[in-house]
Design a protein around this ligand. Structure first.
Ligand code: SAM
Length: 223
């Protein structure tokens, strides 16, 4: 995967792009008509989050975490490579100061093993330089029985291929999975009860969900 300088795309390249975008991120029509409905859908799908701990990978401006906080989650951590996005997130979360924001790449979040009930990621996974590593780390961060909700662009079918081609032309790091490939990756990372479905036609978007079983947590924690 090539970055702007022709080398491998890194978290630093994504950081630069999102630092630039951060101040206007929540002002676009795309925000209002795409990201907000996805966040609403994820919170609705999560069900009762009262008292749960939530880790959001690639949290951006923190909107999803604020929604989980208002739904009753008691410990919330957002991880992102962009300080610009995190600065906006911290500002918007002033009245919810128990949400913690961490500047880090998704595959090396500095949290202990088995700390979270729910790990989420929304329209960020396709930027992660090491997607399999991020899933493995999510297994590590989750408690036995903990759940992952992964929402991202879906590269399947004609709309997916068009989006993927456009994304690759504009930004070298974009690599979209589809419901089949993401399900396989989740199973390989050690998740069980994997399901994945398309939740939106345009842009083509999928939601994958999976659970960590006790044995898997122990396996990864021993790595
Ligand atoms: C399109 S934004 C989505 C933000 C947020 N999840 C939302 O739904 O509004 C993608 C986010 O992923 C972050 N990101 C990109 N690569 C990352 C990485 N390797 N680790 C953590 N975050 C990353 C970006 O900085 C950006 O904030």
């Amino acid at each position: 995967m090539s970055g702007p300088g022709g080398g491998r795309w890194t978290a630093a390249d994504a950081r630069e792009r999102f630092d630039h975008w951060s101040s206007t991120y929540e002002q676009s029509l795309f925000w209002k008509h795409y990201f907000v409905p996805l966040h609403e859908m994820m919170v609705a799908r999560a069900g009762d989050v009262g008292g749960l701990s939530v880790l959001d990978l690639g949290c951006g401006t923190g909107d999803l975490l604020r929604r989980f906080a208002r739904a009753g989650a008691s410990r919330l951590v957002g991880a992102d490579v962009s300080e610009g996005m995190l600065e906006v997130a911290r500002g918007l979360s002033r009245d919810l100061d128990y949400i913690e924001y961490v500047h880090t790449s998704a595959e090396s979040v500095p949290v202990g093993a088995g700390e979270f009930d729910l790990v989420t990621t929304c329209i960020a996974f396709h930027h992660f330089p090491d997607p399999a590593g991020a899933l493995k780390d999510a297994v590590r961060a989750l408690k036995p029985g903990g759940r992952l909700m992964l929402c991202d662009l879906d590269g399947a079918g004609l709309p997916g291929r068009i989006f993927l081609a456009f994304g690759r032309w504009k930004r070298a790091d974009e690599r979209y999975f589809d419901t089949g490939s993401i399900s396989r990756m989740l199973a390989e990372a050690g998740f069980a009860d994997v399901s994945a479905e398309r939740v939106r036609l345009f842009p083509p978007t999928m939601l994958a969900e999976a659970i960590v079983q006790k044995g898997q947590t122990l396996l990864h924690n021993a790595d």
